[in-house]
Design a binder for this molecule. Structure first.
Ligand code: BES
Ligand code: MN
Ligand code: ZN
Length: 500
Protein backbone atom coordinates (compact mmCIF):
# COMPACT_ATOMS: atom_id res chain seq x y z
CA UNK A 1 0.00 0.00 0.00
CA UNK A 2 1.28 3.40 -0.96
CA UNK A 3 1.04 6.06 1.75
CA UNK A 4 1.26 9.80 1.19
CA UNK A 5 0.54 13.11 2.84
CA UNK A 6 -1.53 15.73 1.10
CA UNK A 7 -2.16 19.29 2.13
CA UNK A 8 -5.73 20.37 1.61
CA UNK A 9 -9.38 19.79 2.33
CA UNK A 10 -10.67 16.21 2.56
CA UNK A 11 -14.00 17.05 0.91
CA UNK A 12 -12.14 18.18 -2.22
CA UNK A 13 -9.94 15.12 -2.84
CA UNK A 14 -10.81 12.65 -5.61
CA UNK A 15 -10.80 9.31 -3.78
CA UNK A 16 -12.88 6.12 -3.46
CA UNK A 17 -13.41 6.75 0.22
CA UNK A 18 -12.78 9.74 2.47
CA UNK A 19 -12.72 9.21 6.24
CA UNK A 20 -13.77 11.76 8.86
CA UNK A 21 -14.73 11.14 12.47
CA UNK A 22 -17.06 12.02 15.30
CA UNK A 23 -16.86 11.80 19.09
CA UNK A 24 -19.92 10.36 20.82
CA UNK A 25 -22.46 13.01 21.75
CA UNK A 26 -21.21 15.74 19.40
CA UNK A 27 -24.21 17.25 17.58
CA UNK A 28 -22.46 19.95 15.56
CA UNK A 29 -19.31 18.52 13.96
CA UNK A 30 -16.37 20.92 13.71
CA UNK A 31 -12.96 20.79 12.02
CA UNK A 32 -12.60 18.54 8.98
CA UNK A 33 -15.82 16.66 9.77
CA UNK A 34 -17.65 20.00 9.87
CA UNK A 35 -16.14 20.96 6.51
CA UNK A 36 -17.19 17.59 5.05
CA UNK A 37 -20.69 18.10 6.45
CA UNK A 38 -20.93 21.53 4.79
CA UNK A 39 -19.69 20.15 1.47
CA UNK A 40 -22.37 17.43 1.68
CA UNK A 41 -25.09 20.01 2.32
CA UNK A 42 -25.48 19.09 5.98
CA UNK A 43 -25.89 15.33 5.42
CA UNK A 44 -23.71 14.40 8.40
CA UNK A 45 -25.45 16.71 10.88
CA UNK A 46 -28.84 15.48 9.64
CA UNK A 47 -27.82 11.87 10.26
CA UNK A 48 -26.63 12.87 13.72
CA UNK A 49 -29.95 14.60 14.38
CA UNK A 50 -31.92 11.56 13.23
CA UNK A 51 -29.85 9.32 15.53
CA UNK A 52 -28.23 7.24 12.78
CA UNK A 53 -24.77 8.59 13.58
CA UNK A 54 -24.01 8.44 17.31
CA UNK A 55 -20.23 8.55 17.28
CA UNK A 56 -19.94 5.27 19.21
CA UNK A 57 -16.50 3.67 19.06
CA UNK A 58 -15.94 1.88 15.73
CA UNK A 59 -19.39 2.83 14.40
CA UNK A 60 -19.20 3.36 10.62
CA UNK A 61 -21.58 5.26 8.37
CA UNK A 62 -20.94 5.50 4.65
CA UNK A 63 -22.52 8.41 2.77
CA UNK A 64 -22.38 8.15 -1.01
CA UNK A 65 -21.67 11.54 -2.56
CA UNK A 66 -23.16 10.64 -5.96
CA UNK A 67 -20.96 13.16 -7.74
CA UNK A 68 -21.71 16.17 -5.54
CA UNK A 69 -18.14 16.29 -4.19
CA UNK A 70 -14.88 14.65 -5.42
CA UNK A 71 -14.80 11.77 -2.85
CA UNK A 72 -17.11 8.96 -4.01
CA UNK A 73 -17.93 8.05 -0.44
CA UNK A 74 -17.64 9.85 2.86
CA UNK A 75 -17.19 7.52 5.81
CA UNK A 76 -17.85 8.82 9.31
CA UNK A 77 -16.19 6.70 11.97
CA UNK A 78 -17.18 6.93 15.64
CA UNK A 79 -14.40 7.71 18.12
CA UNK A 80 -16.42 6.89 21.24
CA UNK A 81 -16.39 9.09 24.34
CA UNK A 82 -13.84 11.89 24.20
CA UNK A 83 -12.66 11.29 27.78
CA UNK A 84 -11.99 7.62 26.99
CA UNK A 85 -10.00 8.35 23.85
CA UNK A 86 -6.57 6.69 23.55
CA UNK A 87 -3.85 6.17 20.99
CA UNK A 88 -4.94 2.55 20.65
CA UNK A 89 -8.42 3.73 19.65
CA UNK A 90 -6.77 5.57 16.75
CA UNK A 91 -5.45 2.21 15.55
CA UNK A 92 -8.86 0.63 16.06
CA UNK A 93 -10.95 3.20 14.21
CA UNK A 94 -8.42 3.47 11.37
CA UNK A 95 -8.59 -0.29 10.88
CA UNK A 96 -12.38 -0.34 11.11
CA UNK A 97 -12.76 2.43 8.52
CA UNK A 98 -10.24 0.85 6.14
CA UNK A 99 -11.92 -2.57 6.32
CA UNK A 100 -15.38 -1.06 5.72
CA UNK A 101 -14.13 0.84 2.67
CA UNK A 102 -12.32 -2.20 1.29
CA UNK A 103 -15.57 -4.15 1.70
CA UNK A 104 -17.34 -1.41 -0.31
CA UNK A 105 -14.77 -1.81 -3.11
CA UNK A 106 -12.53 1.20 -2.43
CA UNK A 107 -9.00 1.06 -3.84
CA UNK A 108 -7.97 4.50 -2.62
CA UNK A 109 -8.61 5.77 0.90
CA UNK A 110 -8.13 9.33 2.07
CA UNK A 111 -8.34 10.23 5.72
CA UNK A 112 -7.82 12.92 8.28
CA UNK A 113 -5.64 12.14 11.32
CA UNK A 114 -7.89 10.91 14.11
CA UNK A 115 -7.14 12.21 17.58
CA UNK A 116 -5.26 15.40 16.73
CA UNK A 117 -7.32 18.54 17.36
CA UNK A 118 -9.92 17.96 20.06
CA UNK A 119 -8.63 14.39 20.60
CA UNK A 120 -5.58 16.00 22.21
CA UNK A 121 -2.92 13.62 20.83
CA UNK A 122 0.40 14.69 19.31
CA UNK A 123 -0.10 14.83 15.52
CA UNK A 124 2.94 12.63 14.82
CA UNK A 125 1.98 9.97 17.37
CA UNK A 126 -1.61 9.94 16.11
CA UNK A 127 -0.54 9.72 12.45
CA UNK A 128 1.75 6.80 13.21
CA UNK A 129 -1.09 4.96 14.94
CA UNK A 130 -3.37 5.76 12.01
CA UNK A 131 -0.95 4.16 9.56
CA UNK A 132 -0.37 1.20 11.87
CA UNK A 133 -4.10 0.60 12.32
CA UNK A 134 -4.74 0.78 8.60
CA UNK A 135 -1.88 -1.50 7.53
CA UNK A 136 -2.50 -3.99 10.37
CA UNK A 137 -6.28 -3.90 9.94
CA UNK A 138 -6.16 -4.79 6.26
CA UNK A 139 -3.99 -7.87 6.93
CA UNK A 140 -5.22 -11.19 5.58
CA UNK A 141 -3.54 -14.59 5.26
CA UNK A 142 -4.77 -16.27 2.09
CA UNK A 143 -1.57 -17.81 0.72
CA UNK A 144 -2.93 -21.31 0.75
CA UNK A 145 -6.41 -20.52 -0.58
CA UNK A 146 -6.96 -21.18 -4.24
CA UNK A 147 -10.18 -19.15 -4.35
CA UNK A 148 -9.84 -15.41 -4.70
CA UNK A 149 -11.04 -13.09 -1.96
CA UNK A 150 -14.43 -11.41 -2.52
CA UNK A 151 -12.84 -8.02 -1.80
CA UNK A 152 -10.07 -6.18 -3.59
CA UNK A 153 -6.92 -4.66 -2.23
CA UNK A 154 -6.59 -1.10 -0.99
CA UNK A 155 -3.80 0.42 -3.05
CA UNK A 156 -3.29 3.80 -1.46
CA UNK A 157 -3.77 5.69 1.80
CA UNK A 158 -3.65 9.48 1.64
CA UNK A 159 -3.51 11.50 4.83
CA UNK A 160 -4.94 14.97 4.44
CA UNK A 161 -3.80 17.78 6.69
CA UNK A 162 -4.72 21.44 6.38
CA UNK A 163 -1.76 22.76 8.36
CA UNK A 164 1.36 22.79 6.14
CA UNK A 165 3.69 23.09 9.18
CA UNK A 166 2.77 19.58 10.25
CA UNK A 167 3.85 17.91 7.00
CA UNK A 168 7.43 16.94 8.02
CA UNK A 169 6.23 15.49 11.33
CA UNK A 170 3.55 13.50 9.53
CA UNK A 171 6.00 12.23 6.89
CA UNK A 172 8.31 10.84 9.57
CA UNK A 173 5.42 9.34 11.53
CA UNK A 174 4.04 7.61 8.43
CA UNK A 175 7.36 6.09 7.49
CA UNK A 176 7.77 4.74 11.01
CA UNK A 177 4.21 3.46 11.18
CA UNK A 178 4.52 1.73 7.82
CA UNK A 179 7.83 0.05 8.72
CA UNK A 180 6.57 -1.26 12.08
CA UNK A 181 3.16 -2.38 10.80
CA UNK A 182 4.58 -4.11 7.73
CA UNK A 183 7.13 -5.88 9.94
CA UNK A 184 4.27 -6.97 12.22
CA UNK A 185 2.33 -8.30 9.23
CA UNK A 186 5.40 -10.21 8.07
CA UNK A 187 5.63 -11.72 11.55
CA UNK A 188 1.96 -12.71 11.29
CA UNK A 189 2.68 -14.40 7.96
CA UNK A 190 5.53 -16.43 9.42
CA UNK A 191 3.46 -17.47 12.44
CA UNK A 192 0.34 -18.32 10.42
CA UNK A 193 2.40 -20.36 7.97
CA UNK A 194 1.86 -24.10 8.48
CA UNK A 195 4.82 -25.96 9.99
CA UNK A 196 5.52 -27.74 6.69
CA UNK A 197 6.15 -24.31 5.17
CA UNK A 198 8.06 -22.92 8.14
CA UNK A 199 10.73 -25.41 9.15
CA UNK A 200 13.91 -24.29 10.95
CA UNK A 201 15.67 -24.27 7.57
CA UNK A 202 12.96 -22.11 5.99
CA UNK A 203 13.03 -19.82 9.01
CA UNK A 204 16.77 -19.33 8.50
CA UNK A 205 16.06 -18.60 4.82
CA UNK A 206 13.56 -15.93 5.84
CA UNK A 207 16.24 -14.43 8.07
CA UNK A 208 18.58 -14.46 5.07
CA UNK A 209 16.02 -12.57 2.95
CA UNK A 210 15.52 -10.00 5.68
CA UNK A 211 19.29 -9.62 6.23
CA UNK A 212 19.97 -9.15 2.51
CA UNK A 213 17.10 -6.71 2.04
CA UNK A 214 18.04 -4.45 4.95
CA UNK A 215 21.78 -4.82 5.40
CA UNK A 216 21.90 -6.93 8.56
CA UNK A 217 24.74 -9.29 9.36
CA UNK A 218 23.59 -12.91 9.49
CA UNK A 219 25.15 -16.03 10.94
CA UNK A 220 23.43 -19.37 11.17
CA UNK A 221 24.95 -21.93 13.50
CA UNK A 222 24.51 -25.53 12.37
CA UNK A 223 24.38 -28.70 14.46
CA UNK A 224 28.14 -29.20 14.24
CA UNK A 225 28.88 -25.80 15.79
CA UNK A 226 26.21 -26.32 18.43
CA UNK A 227 27.99 -29.53 19.40
CA UNK A 228 31.31 -27.71 19.65
CA UNK A 229 29.68 -25.06 21.84
CA UNK A 230 28.04 -27.68 24.04
CA UNK A 231 24.47 -26.53 23.40
CA UNK A 232 22.86 -29.53 25.04
CA UNK A 233 19.47 -27.86 25.45
CA UNK A 234 18.89 -27.02 21.81
CA UNK A 235 20.48 -30.27 20.63
CA UNK A 236 18.45 -32.30 23.09
CA UNK A 237 15.15 -30.93 21.83
CA UNK A 238 16.26 -31.33 18.20
CA UNK A 239 17.06 -35.03 18.65
CA UNK A 240 13.52 -36.17 17.84
CA UNK A 241 13.20 -34.30 14.54
CA UNK A 242 14.53 -35.00 11.07
CA UNK A 243 14.79 -31.28 10.39
CA UNK A 244 18.18 -29.88 11.34
CA UNK A 245 18.15 -27.25 14.12
CA UNK A 246 19.52 -23.76 13.49
CA UNK A 247 20.65 -20.91 15.66
CA UNK A 248 19.94 -17.74 13.69
CA UNK A 249 21.94 -14.64 14.65
CA UNK A 250 21.20 -11.26 13.08
CA UNK A 251 23.09 -8.14 13.96
CA UNK A 252 22.55 -4.44 13.47
CA UNK A 253 25.55 -2.27 14.33
CA UNK A 254 23.79 1.03 14.70
CA UNK A 255 26.26 2.52 17.19
CA UNK A 256 29.69 0.97 16.55
CA UNK A 257 31.55 3.18 19.02
CA UNK A 258 29.36 2.02 21.92
CA UNK A 259 29.59 -1.27 23.80
CA UNK A 260 25.89 -1.22 24.57
CA UNK A 261 24.21 -4.05 22.73
CA UNK A 262 20.59 -5.14 23.05
CA UNK A 263 20.10 -8.88 22.64
CA UNK A 264 16.66 -9.94 21.41
CA UNK A 265 16.05 -13.66 21.77
CA UNK A 266 13.00 -15.47 20.33
CA UNK A 267 11.76 -19.02 20.79
CA UNK A 268 11.69 -20.73 17.39
CA UNK A 269 9.91 -24.05 17.84
CA UNK A 270 8.42 -24.46 14.36
CA UNK A 271 6.16 -27.22 15.62
CA UNK A 272 5.62 -28.35 19.20
CA UNK A 273 4.03 -31.79 19.47
CA UNK A 274 5.28 -32.00 23.04
CA UNK A 275 7.77 -34.70 22.01
CA UNK A 276 7.65 -37.95 24.03
CA UNK A 277 5.49 -36.07 26.59
CA UNK A 278 3.09 -35.70 23.69
CA UNK A 279 0.29 -33.16 23.74
CA UNK A 280 -3.39 -34.05 23.32
CA UNK A 281 -4.31 -33.82 19.63
CA UNK A 282 -7.10 -31.28 20.16
CA UNK A 283 -5.83 -27.88 18.94
CA UNK A 284 -2.34 -29.23 18.44
CA UNK A 285 -2.35 -27.51 15.03
CA UNK A 286 -1.93 -24.21 16.87
CA UNK A 287 1.55 -25.34 17.84
CA UNK A 288 2.71 -24.32 14.34
CA UNK A 289 2.81 -20.90 15.98
CA UNK A 290 5.36 -21.87 18.63
CA UNK A 291 8.01 -19.88 16.76
CA UNK A 292 6.19 -16.56 17.21
CA UNK A 293 8.90 -15.12 19.46
CA UNK A 294 11.55 -16.03 16.91
CA UNK A 295 9.57 -14.54 14.02
CA UNK A 296 9.10 -11.33 16.02
CA UNK A 297 12.87 -11.10 16.56
CA UNK A 298 13.64 -11.55 12.85
CA UNK A 299 11.17 -8.92 11.64
CA UNK A 300 11.97 -6.50 14.47
CA UNK A 301 15.61 -6.64 13.35
CA UNK A 302 14.43 -5.74 9.85
CA UNK A 303 12.46 -2.76 11.17
CA UNK A 304 15.35 -1.63 13.40
CA UNK A 305 17.69 -1.69 10.39
CA UNK A 306 15.21 0.22 8.21
CA UNK A 307 14.81 2.85 10.92
CA UNK A 308 18.62 3.08 11.15
CA UNK A 309 18.41 3.16 14.94
CA UNK A 310 21.64 4.28 16.67
CA UNK A 311 21.82 1.18 18.82
CA UNK A 312 23.61 -2.12 18.50
CA UNK A 313 21.03 -4.88 18.42
CA UNK A 314 21.62 -8.61 18.11
CA UNK A 315 18.74 -10.96 17.34
CA UNK A 316 19.06 -14.64 18.25
CA UNK A 317 16.60 -17.35 17.28
CA UNK A 318 17.17 -20.95 18.35
CA UNK A 319 14.93 -23.01 16.09
CA UNK A 320 13.97 -26.67 15.88
CA UNK A 321 10.91 -28.90 15.82
CA UNK A 322 9.86 -30.76 18.96
CA UNK A 323 8.80 -34.23 17.81
CA UNK A 324 8.81 -37.75 19.21
CA UNK A 325 10.81 -40.43 17.44
CA UNK A 326 13.24 -43.22 18.31
CA UNK A 327 16.06 -40.74 18.79
CA UNK A 328 14.02 -38.22 20.75
CA UNK A 329 15.08 -37.00 24.19
CA UNK A 330 13.06 -38.47 27.03
CA UNK A 331 11.64 -37.55 30.41
CA UNK A 332 14.35 -38.28 32.98
CA UNK A 333 17.21 -37.47 30.59
CA UNK A 334 19.80 -35.04 31.89
CA UNK A 335 21.04 -32.39 29.46
CA UNK A 336 24.11 -30.20 29.87
CA UNK A 337 23.46 -26.65 28.68
CA UNK A 338 26.11 -24.44 27.11
CA UNK A 339 26.58 -22.53 30.36
CA UNK A 340 27.60 -25.80 32.02
CA UNK A 341 24.43 -26.20 34.10
CA UNK A 342 22.82 -29.63 34.04
CA UNK A 343 19.08 -30.00 33.53
CA UNK A 344 16.81 -32.88 34.40
CA UNK A 345 14.06 -33.22 31.81
CA UNK A 346 10.76 -33.78 33.57
CA UNK A 347 8.65 -33.09 30.50
CA UNK A 348 9.85 -32.96 26.90
CA UNK A 349 6.97 -30.52 26.38
CA UNK A 350 8.82 -27.89 28.41
CA UNK A 351 11.19 -27.54 25.46
CA UNK A 352 11.13 -23.78 24.93
CA UNK A 353 13.14 -23.03 28.07
CA UNK A 354 15.74 -25.63 27.02
CA UNK A 355 16.49 -24.02 23.67
CA UNK A 356 16.33 -20.53 25.20
CA UNK A 357 18.84 -21.54 27.88
CA UNK A 358 21.48 -22.00 25.20
CA UNK A 359 20.47 -18.93 23.20
CA UNK A 360 20.64 -16.72 26.31
CA UNK A 361 24.06 -18.14 27.17
CA UNK A 362 25.27 -17.59 23.62
CA UNK A 363 23.96 -14.00 23.63
CA UNK A 364 25.94 -13.38 26.81
CA UNK A 365 29.02 -14.89 25.19
CA UNK A 366 28.56 -12.39 22.34
CA UNK A 367 28.65 -9.64 24.97
CA UNK A 368 25.13 -8.21 24.98
CA UNK A 369 24.47 -5.59 27.66
CA UNK A 370 20.69 -6.04 27.81
CA UNK A 371 18.60 -9.12 27.08
CA UNK A 372 14.93 -9.39 26.17
CA UNK A 373 13.41 -12.69 25.14
CA UNK A 374 9.98 -13.46 23.75
CA UNK A 375 8.53 -16.95 23.85
CA UNK A 376 5.23 -18.76 23.59
CA UNK A 377 6.44 -20.44 26.73
CA UNK A 378 3.56 -21.57 28.93
CA UNK A 379 -0.14 -22.33 28.82
CA UNK A 380 0.01 -21.32 32.49
CA UNK A 381 0.64 -17.70 31.46
CA UNK A 382 -2.63 -17.73 29.47
CA UNK A 383 -4.42 -19.15 32.49
CA UNK A 384 -2.98 -16.34 34.63
CA UNK A 385 -3.59 -13.41 32.29
CA UNK A 386 -6.26 -14.50 29.82
CA UNK A 387 -5.95 -13.66 26.12
CA UNK A 388 -5.17 -9.98 26.78
CA UNK A 389 -1.74 -9.44 28.28
CA UNK A 390 1.76 -10.69 27.65
CA UNK A 391 3.45 -11.71 30.90
CA UNK A 392 6.69 -9.90 31.74
CA UNK A 393 9.39 -11.16 34.12
CA UNK A 394 12.71 -9.59 35.01
CA UNK A 395 15.90 -9.53 37.05
CA UNK A 396 16.17 -5.77 36.47
CA UNK A 397 13.28 -3.45 37.25
CA UNK A 398 14.75 -0.54 35.30
CA UNK A 399 14.87 -2.47 32.04
CA UNK A 400 11.41 -3.87 32.70
CA UNK A 401 10.06 -0.33 33.06
CA UNK A 402 11.44 0.53 29.63
CA UNK A 403 9.92 -2.61 28.15
CA UNK A 404 6.51 -1.76 29.65
CA UNK A 405 6.65 1.75 28.18
CA UNK A 406 7.66 0.36 24.78
CA UNK A 407 4.78 -2.13 24.95
CA UNK A 408 2.26 0.51 25.97
CA UNK A 409 3.21 2.79 23.08
CA UNK A 410 2.90 -0.17 20.69
CA UNK A 411 -0.57 -1.09 21.95
CA UNK A 412 0.76 -4.48 23.10
CA UNK A 413 -0.64 -4.95 26.61
CA UNK A 414 1.96 -6.35 28.98
CA UNK A 415 1.76 -7.13 32.70
CA UNK A 416 4.56 -7.79 35.17
CA UNK A 417 4.59 -11.12 37.00
CA UNK A 418 6.49 -11.89 40.26
CA UNK A 419 9.91 -13.57 40.49
CA UNK A 420 10.37 -14.08 44.25
CA UNK A 421 13.25 -16.38 45.20
CA UNK A 422 10.81 -18.81 46.87
CA UNK A 423 9.74 -19.94 43.40
CA UNK A 424 13.30 -21.13 42.75
CA UNK A 425 12.70 -24.05 45.15
CA UNK A 426 10.16 -25.49 42.75
CA UNK A 427 12.72 -26.20 40.02
CA UNK A 428 15.30 -27.93 42.26
CA UNK A 429 16.19 -31.36 40.92
CA UNK A 430 17.21 -34.51 42.81
CA UNK A 431 19.65 -35.55 40.09
CA UNK A 432 20.82 -32.40 38.30
CA UNK A 433 21.37 -28.68 38.94
CA UNK A 434 17.83 -27.80 37.93
CA UNK A 435 14.74 -29.43 36.41
CA UNK A 436 12.71 -28.14 33.48
CA UNK A 437 9.26 -28.25 35.13
CA UNK A 438 8.22 -26.85 38.48
CA UNK A 439 4.71 -28.26 38.66
CA UNK A 440 1.36 -26.86 37.52
CA UNK A 441 1.03 -24.13 40.14
CA UNK A 442 2.80 -20.95 39.10
CA UNK A 443 3.89 -22.58 35.84
CA UNK A 444 4.61 -19.32 34.02
CA UNK A 445 6.75 -18.10 36.93
CA UNK A 446 8.79 -21.26 37.38
CA UNK A 447 9.47 -21.21 33.61
CA UNK A 448 10.80 -17.67 34.01
CA UNK A 449 12.85 -18.70 37.06
CA UNK A 450 14.41 -21.38 34.87
CA UNK A 451 15.38 -18.83 32.19
CA UNK A 452 16.76 -16.48 34.85
CA UNK A 453 19.41 -19.10 35.62
CA UNK A 454 20.79 -18.56 32.13
CA UNK A 455 20.39 -14.79 31.90
CA UNK A 456 22.58 -14.73 35.04
CA UNK A 457 23.63 -11.16 35.86
CA UNK A 458 22.77 -9.55 32.52
CA UNK A 459 19.78 -7.19 32.80
CA UNK A 460 17.02 -9.29 31.32
CA UNK A 461 13.30 -9.27 30.62
CA UNK A 462 11.34 -12.33 29.59
CA UNK A 463 8.07 -11.90 27.70
CA UNK A 464 5.74 -14.89 27.81
CA UNK A 465 3.63 -14.31 24.70
CA UNK A 466 1.67 -17.56 24.89
CA UNK A 467 -1.48 -15.54 25.81
CA UNK A 468 -1.12 -12.93 23.06
CA UNK A 469 0.70 -14.29 20.01
CA UNK A 470 -2.32 -16.08 18.61
CA UNK A 471 -5.99 -15.15 18.97
CA UNK A 472 -9.26 -17.06 18.57
CA UNK A 473 -11.36 -14.12 17.37
CA UNK A 474 -10.96 -11.12 15.07
CA UNK A 475 -10.15 -7.87 16.83
CA UNK A 476 -10.19 -4.37 15.31
CA UNK A 477 -6.72 -4.54 13.80
CA UNK A 478 -5.84 -8.23 13.89
CA UNK A 479 -7.82 -11.06 12.35
CA UNK A 480 -8.10 -14.45 14.06
CA UNK A 481 -4.69 -16.16 14.14
CA UNK A 482 -1.26 -14.63 14.61
CA UNK A 483 -1.16 -11.12 16.10
CA UNK A 484 2.49 -10.16 15.49
CA UNK A 485 3.09 -9.43 19.18
CA UNK A 486 5.68 -8.23 20.39
CA UNK A 487 7.23 -6.68 17.26
CA UNK A 488 6.16 -3.15 18.22
CA UNK A 489 7.52 -3.57 21.74
CA UNK A 490 10.91 -4.70 20.43
CA UNK A 491 11.21 -1.81 17.96
CA UNK A 492 10.10 0.81 20.49
CA UNK A 493 12.52 -0.57 23.07
CA UNK A 494 15.47 -0.43 20.66
CA UNK A 495 14.45 3.12 19.85
CA UNK A 496 14.24 4.07 23.53
CA UNK A 497 17.71 2.64 24.21
CA UNK A 498 19.25 4.25 21.11
CA UNK A 499 21.57 7.26 21.30
CA UNK A 500 19.72 10.35 20.17
N1 BES B 1 4.51 -24.04 23.42
C1 BES B 1 3.99 -24.48 24.67
C2 BES B 1 3.20 -23.38 25.41
C3 BES B 1 1.93 -22.93 24.75
C4 BES B 1 0.73 -23.53 25.05
C5 BES B 1 1.94 -21.87 23.87
C6 BES B 1 -0.44 -23.10 24.46
C7 BES B 1 0.77 -21.43 23.28
C8 BES B 1 -0.41 -22.04 23.58
C9 BES B 1 5.13 -24.93 25.58
O1 BES B 1 6.20 -25.51 24.94
C10 BES B 1 4.56 -25.96 26.47
O2 BES B 1 4.20 -26.99 25.99
N2 BES B 1 4.50 -25.65 27.77
C11 BES B 1 3.97 -26.54 28.71
C12 BES B 1 4.90 -26.53 29.89
C13 BES B 1 4.65 -27.63 30.89
C14 BES B 1 4.99 -28.97 30.29
C15 BES B 1 5.49 -27.36 32.11
C16 BES B 1 2.58 -26.07 29.11
O3 BES B 1 2.35 -24.85 29.14
O4 BES B 1 1.73 -26.91 29.33
MN1 MN C 1 5.96 -27.57 24.65
ZN1 ZN D 1 6.52 -24.95 23.02
Amino acid sequence: MEIRILRGDIAQVATDGAVVNLFEGVTQPGGATGAADAALGGAISQLIASGEIKGKLNEVTIIHSLGRIPPRRMLVVGLGKREEFTLDRVRQVSATAAKALRHAGAKSITTIVHGGGIGGLEPGTAAQALVEGTVLGLYTFRRHMTKEADFGEVESLTIVERDVDKTPILERACTRGKIVAEATNLCRNMVNEPANYMTPTLMAEKAREVADAHGLELRVLERQEMQELGMGGLLGVAQGSREPPKLIILSHRGDPSSDRNLGLVGKGITFDSGGISIKPSERMEEMKGDMAGGAAVIVAMAAIAQLKLKMNVTGLVPTTENLPDGAAYKPGDVLRAMSGKTIEVISTDAEGRLILADALAYARKLGVSHLVDAATLTGACSIALGPVCTGAFTNNQELLQKVLEAAEAAGEKTWQMPMHEEYRELIKSDVADIKNVGGRAGGAITAAMFLAEFAEDTPWVHLDIAPTSFQDKDTAYAPKGATGVPVGTFVNLAQALASK
